[in-house]
Ligand binder design. Structure first.
Ligand code: AMP
Length: 573
């Protein structure tokens, strides 16, 4: 069975193509959004999803979130006594989604289409593939997120002709894609984006404001528990401001309550620099696609952060029209990934759709340029595949040694748009031995092949000898080799997973414990007692009692969460 997965910075979703449409699969809590959070329980078992998100606050040293930002890097994230790389934590999220899908579909899930931000680099894409592999999934294809969103919309428009722009602001990334649907062919005309701009930055702006307005000392930022709680409150306030005109952030530290009231104007003010950064990729994508905003048939929103009225307002001003929101922006990418899964199995309902995509960034090599016969300038970027070239693509360019005595040509591969390679991203290097002689007759052909998954292959052919060399991505700390992947895969398999059927109780307990850390005084003591009672109920293993008490315990937590410290008459279990 093949599934479509949106492996998001904040939340992940899994969907299948069934009976001619995309269907989202809920997790064991009955929710389609699974927070991309992982925590290690005290007994060493892995907790994924909402339970892990709750534990970010109570057990920050054993929990991790937003690790998608570190995909493709060698950053180690510590959970308890163990260290994980981002692809391993992503693998644990994928495994959990896979188990949910298998439980819902009643059959093994072995293959997946996984979405990635269009702007993900080579190393980040490879890391995503590895994450799939470590979760026991064959990654059939990596699909760009905005392309997936467009596919979800596109299938409703078969036969018509339209141009649309996907504005995708997720938790950690921003992508813009311009697509055209013509006679059943969906073509990505251009993509642009910012890999370091997302909804989390808006929450972070509120955190900074909290520190600034309340004059809190910088060392408090090192207090992990305080920061986790502040971060949760900032996130909640940001969401409240998507629906209401006012919100507040309230937090106890030692014996003082710090409170900050927020309204739409304050939010607009602190977020102005972030909103300004959203403009540039939009302009670039339109320019690359050779279109004016007025020529677009519609603007589609994707990513949870597009729920913010401020962002919607900006989109409306930028394009002079309201965006289309037929789908839930959190869900549209996963829905599109499932369409791609349907395309893979050649579902009859989709037989007319053909999908083409583009390379979202330029790929090239470092070259030296002669300034005069005796002087040269090094480190110039020479693109071989220009950004927004339709993929798959294979392009070749010939390069020559600088001198007769040269015995090798060092090929440094980069991605980016800057003139000098120092401002672009280094992907790898290849040393090609060349016979000595007249440089003009000593060319080396460098072929770049970029596949539909956005993965690059580089091959060099020495023209005089016919010798070929393939790029070995070396010295890139972000990449794991096969032996290392196998070793880590084995280690992940040895980790215990928390039983799916007990996850609802476990999640509720984690939430209760998180609330406990936020409260003070009598209500806190009272909650501690209730937690103990519920713990005993769970320990009884009497499912009829547990099932009867769980909704009551949950309703009680809802009330405490809503009324917080002003709660004066505690309810009873
Ligand atoms: P995604 O990665 O697409 O799931 O997007 C998650 C981002 O959307 C996070 O930064 C959330 O804070 C943000 N988000 C989700 N829902 C809302 C909302 N109602 N209001 C504001 N931001 C939201």
């Amino acid at each position: 069975m093949i599934v479509g997965i949106d492996l998001g910075t904040t939340n992940s979703l899994i969907a299948v193509w069934q009976d001619g449409q995309s269907r989202l699969i809920p997790n064991s809590l009955g929710e389609v959004l699974t927070p991309s959070c992982v925590s290690l329980d005290e007994d060493g078992s892995v907790l994924v999803g909402r339970v892990a998100r709750e534990r970010l606050q109570t057990h920050p040293e054993r929990s991790a979130a937003v690790f998608k930002r570190y995909m493709g890097s060698d950053k180690a994230l510590r959970l308890g006594t163990r260290e994980f790389r981002a692809e391993e934590l992503s693998a644990l999220v994928l495994k959990s989604l896979k188990a949910d899908a298998e439980a819902a579909l009643g059959q093994p899930v072995t293959e997946a289409i996984i979405t990635v931000p269009a702007y993900f680099s080579e190393a980040q894409r490879r890391a995503t593939r590895v994450a799939g592999q470590m979760a026991g999934l064959k990654v059939e294809r990596l699909l760009n997120e905005p392309t997936a969103a467009a596919l979800a919309y596109g299938i409703h428009q078969l036969g018509s002709e339209s141009r649309f722009l996907v504005f995708d602001l997720g938790g950690g990334t921003f992508d813009v894609s311009v697509l055209e649907l013509f006679e059943g062919v969906m073509e990505v005309r251009a993509s642009a984006g910012d890999n370091f701009l997302g909804g989390e930055d808006f929450s972070n702006a509120l955190i900074d404001l909290f520190f600034e307005r309340l004059g809190l000392p910088a060392w408090l930022r090192k207090d992990t528990l305080f920061m986790q709680r502040l971060s949760a409150q900032a996130e909640a306030a940001k969401r409240t401001l998507s629906q209401a005109s006012e919100a507040s952030i309230r937090l106890w530290h030692e014996d003082t309550e710090h409170a900050l009231d927020l309204d739409e104007a304050t939010l607009a003010n602190v977020c102005a620099p972030l909103l300004a950064r959203l403009r540039q990729p939009v302009e670039r994508a339109l320019r690359d696609a050779n279109l004016r905003a007025a020529e677009l048939d519609r603007v589609v929103l994707a990513g949870g952060a597009t729920r913010m009225p401020l962002v919607r307002k900006l989109v409306t001003t930028l394009f002079g029209r309201f965006p289309t929101i037929d789908f839930n922006p959190d869900e549209v990418v996963a829905m599109g990934a499932a369409v791609q899964a349907g395309l893979k199995v050649r579902d009859a309902a989709l037989s007319e759709v053909v999908m083409t995509d583009v390379a979202p960034f330029s790929l090239g090599v470092a070259v030296s340029r002669h300034l005069s016969p005796n002087t040269q300038s090094n480190g110039h970027f020479d693109p071989i595949i220009e950004r927004n070239t339709p993929v798959p693509v294979s392009r070749v360019k010939r390069y020559y040694p600088m001198h007769e005595a040269q015995i090798s040509l060092g090929i440094q591969v980069f991605q980016g748009e800057a003139r000098m390679v120092r401002d672009n991203i280094h992907l790898g290097e290849l040393n090609v031995p060349v016979p000595q002689g007249d440089p003009d007759h000593n060319g080396v052909d460098i072929r770049f092949t970029y596949d539909v998954n956005g993965l690059l292959q580089v091959e060099a052919t020495v023209m005089r000898t016919g010798a070929t060399h393939a790029l070995l991505i070396e010295g890139n700390p972000g990449l794991l080799d096969e032996a290392e992947i196998a070793r880590r895969l084995k280690a992940l398999e040895e980790l215990k997973t928390h039983p799916r059927d007990q996850l609802d109780n476990r999640t509720l307990m984690a939430r209760a414990e998180r609330l406990y850390t936020q409260l003070r005084g009598d209500i806190r003591e009272w909650l501690g007692h209730q937690i103990m009672v519920f713990e005993q109920i769970i320990a009884s293993q009497d499912s009829s009692v547990i099932d009867a008490q769980r909704p009551r315990f949950e309703a009680m937590l809802d009330r405490i969460e809503k009324d917080g410290t002003t709660f004066d008459e505690p309810p009873h279990l």
